[in-house]
Design a protein around this ligand. Structure first.
Ligand SMILES: C[S@@+](CC[C@H](N)C(=O)[O-])C[C@H]1O[C@@H](n2cnc3c(N)ncnc32)[C@H](O)[C@@H]1O
Length: 288
């Protein structure tokens, strides 16, 4: 299918270095994410999401276990993507609801007892106090006001319930010593902010949005993913780039020579670099 290419506009939020970090940066429509460079209709998107899961799930599972997940807990997985976290939560005995703008890759989870909902976390609600645990990974940064999204998620927690947010920030890739990787990462970041509207600097503000939402017992963890030529992180990047290549070239942010040079670096056994920073924050709704 053809990728949705929204009109180019300047972002005014945190991603552009001058703007304020709160308030809606643009008008949200589901189409903006759902039909863009990460559309589930793009043939490589299932594989891109699967690679993300294999790169991130280990840490996610450890964190959720450490936060005290119990059999019978009501759990909400927002923006569930390929569904591996929701499936694992159900295997732990939790009562799981998984949402996404596009549930194509989630439908088979109903066989595992998971409630699958086509639901927009930014515009659609759950009753306040519905869940013991809410998890969002690589979702909130894509919304026009990520702080507002966190506040919405916090409202859906039961007293004593936990919100866990894991979001990437792009600063480690932007000054890479590898010229082709650096050039293409800068182009990709600009395109992501202009087209999807993602704020690739927002995660760096964690855990403040959880504190502002009134959560307590706040925790924060930060790490940087590594990328080595030919590994899963490199392949994940190659798919991200390939899914956006046409639009990036059309916008004049990079050309085909830049893409080919970056792909050569990402495939080279001698390529070792930093990838995205992953900021993980959690907090508990006060028990009454
Ligand atoms: C980068 S993927 C991450 C998928 C999964 N959370 C993971 O980490 O493996 C982002 C997912 O969030 C979904 N998404 C984006 N905006 C959303 C919204 N407003 N409400 C619900 N899901 C959303 C997308 O459709 C996509 O499946």
């Amino acid at each position: 299918m053809d990728a949705y290419v929204p009109p180019v506009e300047e972002t005014s939020g945190a991603g552009s270095e001058s703007g304020p970090r709160s308030g809606e940066r643009w008008e949200w429509t589901q189409e903006r994410y759902r039909d863009g460079m990460f559309s589930h209709g793009i043939s490589s998107e299932r594989r891109r999401l699967g690679l993300l899961e294999s790169l991130l799930d280990g840490r996610t599972r450890s964190r959720i276990t450490a936060l005290g997940l119990k059999p019978g807990d009501e759990v909400l997985e927002v923006g569930g993507g390929g569904g591996s976290v929701a499936r694992w939560l159900a295997e732990q005995g939790a009562r799981v609801t998984v949402t996404d703008l596009d549930t194509t890759f989630l439908e088979d989870l109903t066989d595992h007892g998971v409630r699958v909902l086509c639901h927009d976390l930014y515009t659609e609600d759950f009753p306040p106090g519905s869940f013991d645990l809410i998890h969002a990974r690589y979702v909130v940064l894509h919304l026009p006001d990520p702080d507002k999204a966190v506040a919405r998620l916090a409202e859906w927690l039961r007293p004593g319930g936990v919100l866990l947010v894991e979001e990437p920030a792009s600063f480690p890739v932007l000054d890479s010593p590898h010229p082709a990787y650096r050039t293409i990462m800068r182009a990709f970041r600009t395109h992501l902010e202009r087209s999807v509207g993602s704020d690739t600097g927002w995660a760096r503000t964690l855990p403040v949005p959880l504190e502002s939402a009134g959560l307590v017992d706040i925790g924060l963890d930060a790490r940087i993913q590594l990328v080595n030529g030919g590994d899963d992180e490199a392949e994940w990047w190659r798919l991200n780039l390939e899914q956006s290549r046409q639009a990036i070239v059309a916008a004049g942010l990079a050309d085909d020579t830049d893409f080919d040079a970056a792909y050569r670096e990402l495939a080279s056994p001698s390529f070792h670099d930093l990838s995205l920073a992953v900021l993980t924050a959690w907090g508990r709704r006060k028990a009454v």
